[in-house]
Write a protein that binds this ligand. Structure first.
Ligand SMILES: *Cc1c(COP(=O)(O)O)cnc(C)c1O
Length: 389
């Protein structure tokens, strides 16, 4: 039977891989209203608590008053407004790079950068655990595509030796489902030795990492010579929406000229750029958000270890609890929900088979008391799942 969708859906159910969308009836805050209930959430990527910040909201409102709602057209036609341009200049200054280019989503920024830089006859090398948008971009590019072992400079080096044409090494900065950092000093050194370029997607590093929130490149003190293509997304630590690529004058001009996901799409609403200008200012200057977040991360890791939970090698607000089996991950998530806590179970194909997990994320908007509530609930629920195996 063609298009037997019912069978596909039933199969997904049976494998405990069916996904459901919690219906949110409140802003992104720790205490959310979901499916008619109030829950304490530990699964948002709003790491700094800026998504519902009054000053960011006011900047959006004032932006809408001045610039209206829609972007109106693509950047190349008549959709490139003054707030977009001002934000690009601010992001270039923030990242210490000659130029930055604004996109409507991180998914599109990744498709754009990879496909504009490599094609047939070239090579793209990616970490096995890269975000889906980077993997899709590599496949779409038509370049020879190969995945190296997670964060393994030796495995990368073996592949670099066989690479042909322009070679682009692509990695998450902070791995989105594990929370660990890319080993950029070593990966970049390997790439440099082979005349390859490095592209880093630091969707989860901007905001939480670096002295001024500049992400993994600020954390490691790397420049344009090490990371030629730097991607950030604005829907996570920045609390707004969109993404950017930062790099050399030539890189950005190449994207404007050749990147189809940049050219053939409407610009984001200019008021969103106004909001991001405000959130960028808060992200840079209010270091207390990072300090509080780091305190929460340390306390969570200590508390979770005492309970006997299996954590990953993560210094970031992404603190997954490794479970393994999808059904047990769902069960732990359900038990927490009964106690008023919302933590999503992440299952294959988002993560490798056998590595289902609860992806706990912390935010500067969480209080210490709220974190203690999570730890107490985990101490209660974990034994019921642990002994299930
Ligand atoms: C979320 C995410 C993206 C996609 O960004 P959007 O702006 O949400 O489309 C890209 N890369 C990584 C690593 C991400 O976590």
């Amino acid at each position: 039977m063609p298009f037997d969708l019912a069978a596909r859906l039933a199969e997904r159910h049976a494998a405990h891989l069916f996904r459901q969308r919690p219906l949110l009836d409140s802003p992104q805050v720790p205490l959310v209203q979901v499916d008619g209930r109030q829950l304490l959430a530990f699964c948002s990527n709003d790491y700094l608590g800026l998504a519902n910040h009054p000053e960011v909201i006011r900047a959006l409102q004032q932006g809408a008053d001045k610039w209206g709602v829609g972007g109106g057209a693509s950047h190349l036609v008549i959709g490139h407004s003054a707030p977009h341009h001002e934000l690009e200049e601010a992001l270039a200054a923030f990242t210490g790079r000659p130029r930055a280019l604004l996109f409507s989503t991180g998914y599109m920024a990744n498709l754009a950068a990879v496909t504009a830089l490599v094609g047939q006859g070239d090579t793209v090398l990616e970490d096995r655990l890269n975000h889906a948008s980077l993997l899709d971009a590599g496949l779409l590019s038509g370049a020879r595509f190969s995945r190296y072992l997670h964060n393994d400079a030796v495995s990368l080096s073996n592949r670099l030796r066989k690479a042909t044409g322009n070679t682009l090494v692509v990695t998450d900065g902070v791995f989105s489902m594990d929370g660990d950092l890319a080993d950029l000093p070593n990966l970049c050194a390997e790439a440099k030795a082979s005349n390859a370029w490095v592209m880093v997607d630091d969707a989860h590093g901007f905001g939480p990492l670096g002295a001024s929130g500049g992400g993994i490149v600020e954390h490691f003190g790397l420049g344009l010579d090490d990371v030629q293509v730097l991607v950030g997304t604005l829907g996570k630590g920045f609390g707004t929406a969109g993404a950017f690529v930062a790099g050399s004058e030539e890189l950005i001009e190449t994207l404007i000229q050749f990147a189809r996901p940049y050219i053939y799409t409407t610009s984001q609403p200019p008021a969103v750029a106004c909001a991001t200008l405000k959130s960028l200012e808060l992200l840079r200057t209010e270091g207390w958000r990072r300090e509080h977040l780091n305190k929460l991360v340390a306390r969570f890791r200590q508390g979770a270890a005492e309970i006997g939970l299996s954590l990953m090698d993560s210094p970031t607000p992404i603190q997954p609890i490794l479970i393994g089996d999808s059904e047990r991950a769902l069960k732990l998530s359900a038990l927490l929900k009964e106690r008023g806590l919302l933590v999503g179970a992440i299952r294959p194909p988002t993560v490798p088979v056998g590595s289902a997990r609860l992806r706990v994320t912390l935010s500067a908007a969480h209080s210490e008391a709220q974190l203690e509530q999570l730890l107490a609930a985990l101490a209660e629920c974990w034994p019921q799942v642990r002994d299930d195996a």
